[in-house]
Design a binder for this molecule. Structure first.
Ligand code: IMO
Ligand code: MG
Length: 431
């Protein structure tokens, strides 16, 4: 008998440089999902969920875990710092009973080890003026070990003692010399002890989630993938080398769970009504001076993971990739941009660039080589708006705000289905 594929996966992904409010929409979509998945990245992500008014900052566990019907899975594409995960489980336990059926950590997920964090700092120092501005969480070095096929995965923790020690010896052969240059030395014994400690603390949640995922896909049960980072930070299609080390574009977040593309039902591009970026790399609409400061202050643009002030600028529709196949847009901070417009007297949206002497509507792929940042051409909206209290529908939005949204839809061809009009989850308009 042949089995017809039922598309049932909703992927929530960032379409620019992250920090766009993915958790809000992941939570909204997760409220009736059977499975909530994190598939890539690690605790470089910062996602805030709310439970009965309490703010729960999460970095690893998918926020959908707070819903009674959902199982949360940390899939094999995620790199996991066990200490951070344990803290998160402790925090979440105040709200949810984290049983072994409530949370599953893939036994193939790679472990961020203490030496990865040292190496992250060391590599940033070595880059000198070409620093990426990483989150210093060991993300890059852990994925390097994965690609180099010397990574330590959760299943390795269950090896026989000698076997695990041999694996650790092999890993140290690759890293010891480099670590010694900054006076850091790890012994096989201390790493082995660390492994056993985390195995004992996490073992009830470690397993192979593939059967459960396969069964849910077969039944057409709703699966939500909570993407981390965002399109421009993707290691393959993003702003290399100023990106993260995982694939965070729509196909990447599916692939990182081993889920094939035909299962995708919805791909939601999450963005703000302006742009922000942390760390280095090209940002054509970045504003220095007063305008940038106003966006930062009005939008509270300071990192949840690192506390760093974010670089801020106007919404850039050229940087919104037409290749990804988004089904919907979730536009956050529509209230904020309206107030910014009132303060500054205008709002701008970038619609093309001047780059290498030509006008283009494609985000350049070779800025690292040309060392040229495109000059944005803007569509200008006069004034701003204030969202009326208890605004629940698109129709109730101020005329100028509706025009702003329709402009984005006409340019991208993607419907703006979700609109964030305030800081709380309830302040979301769904069309
Ligand atoms: P969420 O999921 C914004 C950025 C870092 C740095 C680059 C590489 O909260 O949107 P890494 O530590 O990953 O090697 O750093 O990527 N970066 C993020 N920026 N939001 C994130 O996640 C990010 N995760 C990584 O600032 O420039
Ligand atoms: Mg972030």
């Amino acid at each position: 008998m042949v089995n017809k594929i039922k598309p049932c996966v909703t992927a929530v992904v960032g379409s620019y440089w992250g920090d766009c409010g993915k958790a809000r929409i992941a939570g909204f979509e997760g409220s009736d999902a059977v499975l909530s998945l994190r598939t890539q990245g690690g605790n470089n992500a910062g996602h805030t969920v709310y439970y009965n008014g309490d703010k729960i900052p999460l970095h690893l566990v998918p926020g959908g875990i707070i819903y009674p019907q959902a199982t949360a899975i940390i899939c094999h594409g995620v790199v996991v710092d066990p200490k951070v995960l344990l803290e998160e489980i402790k925090l979440l336990s105040k709200y949810v009973d984290i049983t072994p059926t409530k949370l599953i950590i893939s036994d193939r997920a790679h472990i961020i080890m203490p030496y990865h964090i040292d190496l992250d700092k060391l590599q940033e120092e070595k880059r000198g003026a070409n620093k990426i501005g990483t989150t210093n969480r060991g993300i890059g070095p852990c994925y390097q070990d994965q690609a180099g096929r010397i990574g330590l995965r959760f299943q390795d923790l269950f090896r026989q003692k000698e076997d695990l020690q041999n694996k650790i010896k092999l890993i140290l052969k690759f890293h010891s010399n480099e670590l010694e240059t900054i006076g850091i030395k790890y012994t096989v014994e201390e790493i082995y002890d660390y492994c056993i400690d985390i195995r004992e603390k996490l073992k009830v949640w470690i397993g192979n989630p593939d059967n459960l995922i396969a069964k849910t896909l077969q039944e057409g049960g709703k699966i939500v993938i909570e993407g981390a980072q965002a399109d421009h930070l993707d290691i393959l299609s993003g702003d290399y080398p100023n990106c993260t080390s995982s694939q965070c574009n729509p196909s990447g977040v599916l692939s990182a769970a081993g889920i094939g593309p035909l299962y995708a039902k919805k791909v939601i591009a999450v963005m703000k009504a302006y742009c922000s970026r942390v760390g280095n790399g090209p940002f054509p609409t970045e504003l220095s001076g007063k305008e940038g400061d106003i966006i930062r202050e009005f939008g509270h643009e300071y990192g949840t993971t690192t506390g760093r002030p974010r670089r801020c600028g106007w919404l850039d529709l050229v940087a919104f990739s037409p290749l990804r196949g988004y089904s919907d847009i979730c536009l956050n901070h529509l209230d904020t941009i309206g107030l910014i417009g009132k303060e500054l007297g205008h709002i701008k949206i970038c619609t093309s660039y001047k780059y290498q002497g030509n006008e283009t509507k494609i985000f350049p792929s070779n800025m690292e080589v040309t060392k040229e940042i495109p000059i944005p051409n803007y569509h200008i909206f006069e004034g701003g708006w204030e969202i009326p209290k208890n605004c629940k529908t698109f129709e109730e939005l101020p005329k100028k705000a509706k025009e702003y949204i329709e402009f984005i839809e006409n340019y991208t061809g993607v419907p703006v289905t979700y609109i964030g009009v305030g800081p709380n989850n309830e302040d979301t308009i769904v069309r």
